[in-house]
Design a protein around this ligand. Structure first.
Ligand code: DGL
Length: 275
């Protein structure tokens, strides 16, 4: 790996979605080194079985640990639903930060009592979502949509094309008609289309992107464990993909205004190897 980072934070998603989380972590903790891994050989995760995603997440976590990462952010709701509990069991003392759909803040903020959640089918099927609903959605009505095809549109950089708009209109119009006033981004890819969502909703919805809260959680965990970096310089960032490195490299400036080389990883069985 070129430009080897030291004691980095590992950030992982099926694709470019977790970059919404990386952006927030970078902005809160600019001195930290970061390694981002996009498992684009296997994206989208959202239609895969939870079992299959668990295996992939285990491979990604083992890779980060082998690279000396001091904390791993599972910046993917689907992988968190499938694997967070499993990974914490497997590496009991190791700090993981995962995603769960932000139903709690949505339930606190809605005025109409109607909340929309956009997430993948696997996220909706997982125990984590069921437990979030049970804990926080007593007094609100939830409307769920999976937005088929949206993850792929975002992977292709199509943030505001007619097809992307159609997918979002199909998901949002029925909810908006029911009076949904708060929308949870339950998939880390989706914050990239918040401008389009706001356009479709005519500014009438409050959209909750959990990334800043996740970044604060990363900071808290590092602080508690005395793991915050003491270096004062811009942290290094390394970007890795198991898919098409050139394609991701072209997308980085468009998605997060970063120009960086993207390096290739290969799956060998359940193990990730640097090319
Ligand atoms: N970004 C992901 C999530 O938060 C996964 C999307 C996918 O691969 O289907 O769920």
């Amino acid at each position: 790996m070129s430009n080897k980072p030291s004691a980095p934070i590992g950030i992982y998603d099926s694709g470019v979605g977790g970059l919404t989380v990386l952006r927030a972590v970078r902005s809160l903790l600019p001195d930290e080194d970061l390694i981002y891994f996009a498992d684009q050989a296997n994206v989208p995760y959202g239609n895969r079985s939870l079992n299959e995603v668990r295996g992939l997440a285990e491979g990604a976590a083992s890779f980060f640990i082998s690279q000396g990462a001091k904390l791993i952010v599972i910046a993917c709701n689907t992988a968190s639903a499938a694997a967070l509990k499993h990974l914490r069991g497997l590496f009991p003392d190791y700090p993981f930060v995962g995603m769960e759909p932000a139903v709690k803040p949505a339930a606190e903020q809605t005025l109409s009592g109607k909340v929309g959640v956009l997430a993948t089918p696997s996220t909706f099927q997982g125990e984590l979502y069921a437990s979030v609903v049970e804990r926080f959605a007593h007094d609100v009505q939830l409307y769920q949509a999976t937005c088929p095809g949206l993850v792929q549109q975002i992977e292709n950089g199509h943030l505001n094309t007619p097809q992307t708009r159609k997918i979002l209109e199909d998901a949002l119009e029925p909810m908006l008609q029911e009076g949904v006033d708060t929308l949870v981004m339950g998939c880390t890819h989706f914050p990239f289309v918040i401008p389009l969502i706001s356009e479709i909703a005519g500014g009438k919805v409050n959209v909750i992107d959990p990334a800043p809260a996740i970044a604060r959680q990363v900071k808290r965990v590092l602080e508690t464990r005395g793991l915050l970096t003491k270096r004062i310089r811009a942290g290094k960032m390394v970007f890795l993909t198991s898919g098409d490195a050139e394609k991701m490299q072209v997308l980085l400036p468009k998605l997060i205004a970063v120009e960086a080389e993207v390096e290739q990883l290969l799956w060998e069985g359940g193990t990730l190897r640097v090319l």
